[in-house]
Design a protein around this ligand. Sequence first.
Ligand SMILES: [Zn+2]
Length: 59
Amino acid sequence: MSATYQCAYCGEGNEALVDPSGGDEQTYTEDCAVCCRPNVLHISISSEGSVTLTAELEG
Ligand SMILES: [Zn+2]
């Protein structure tokens, strides 16, 4: 499944792929497609299967 987040640096929308088999709570780093800076993504998957994705600055 995929979810969208707003880059913590430039504010542009990005799409991230989420693997539900990785667990209900996941954190990983992905580079913004627009400014190429690393965003730390916090992913939460509810019991209904909806994904909440927030991005923050790395470090
Ligand atoms: Zn960006």
